[in-house]
Design a protein around this ligand. Structure first.
Ligand code: N6E
Length: 167
C-alpha cells in the first residue's frame, strides 16, 4: 500500500511559533502546525503552501522542508508520511481569534495562535511532537518513525537528526 502523503507547516519567528487548534477531523482538539493531504496533481510543496493558506490565511514563498515523519497505527496498514516544513516569512494576515474574526473562526477548521517557544502546548499536541519539536526549534532537520496504539500512546519510535532530507 502506498503511503498517505501529508504536510505540516510551522511558521516561526525567532521566539514564537504559529500553531492552530484543530477543531474537527483527525487530531481534533490538538494544537498542530497547518497541513493536510497532498491532492492529486500538486507537489508536496504546493500542498503545504495551499493548506497553510486555507487554514491560517497566510502565504509563504519560503517554505523549507525540515522533517520527514512516518506514522503507523496498530491494526491499520496505512502509513502516514508527513513532510514537515518551516517558514520564517509570510504574506497576508493570520486568521487569529480576536475581535471581529471570532464568529468567522467559529466555523474554521483551525484556530491559529502564536506560542512562545518556551510555552509550546506539548500536552495538547500529538505525542510524537515532544520528541521532534526541540529539534525543529533549534533548527535541525530530522527523520522519524512512530508506531501508535490509539491516538495517544507511542509503543515504538525512532528519530534521528539529519544533515539532509534526501527524499
Ligand atoms: C500521528 N502523529 C502526528 N503528529 C503530528 N502531526 C500529525 C500527525 N498525524 C497527522 N498529522 C498532521 O495532521 C494533519 C491531518 O490533516 P487532515 O485533517 O487529515 O488533512 P486534510 O485537512 O487534508 O483533511 P480533510 O480535508 O479534512 O479530510 C496534517 O497536517 C498532518 O500532517
Amino acid at each position: 500500500m502506498l503511503n498517505k502523503l501529508l504536510t505540516l507547516v510551522l511558521v516561526r519567528e525567532p521566539s514564537r511559533v504559529l500553531l492552530g487548534l484543530k477543531k474537527k477531523g483527525f487530531g481534533e482538539g490538538k494544537w498542530n502546525g497547518f497541513g493536510g493531504k497532498v491532492e492529486p496533481g500538486e507537489t508536496i510543496l504546493e500542498g503545504a503552501k495551499r493548506e497553510l493558506l486555507e487554514e491560517s490565511g497566510v502565504v509563504s514563498n519560503s517554505l523549507e522542508e525540515i522533517g520527514l515523519l512516518k506514522f503507523e497505527f496498530v491494526g491499520d496498514p496505512q502509513i502516514l508520511e508527513v513532510h514537515v516544513f518551516t517558514s520564517n516569512t509570510f504574506e497576508g494576515e493570520i486568521k487569529e481569534s480576536d475581535g471581529s474574526t471570532r464568529i468567522f473562526l467559529h466555523f474554521a477548521e483551525m484556530r491559529p495562535q502564536w506560542f512562545y517557544t518556551d510555552k509550546i502546548p506539548l500536552h495538547q499536541m500529538w505525542a510524537d511532537d515532544k520528541y521532534w519539536f526541540p529539534m525543529f526549534l533549534k533548527g535541525s532537520k530530522f527523520k522519524g518513525y512512530f508506531l501508535f496504539e490509539g491516538h495517544e500512546k507511542i509503543v515504538k519510535y525512532q528519530l534521528d537528526e539529519v544533515e539532509k532530507l534526501n527524499s
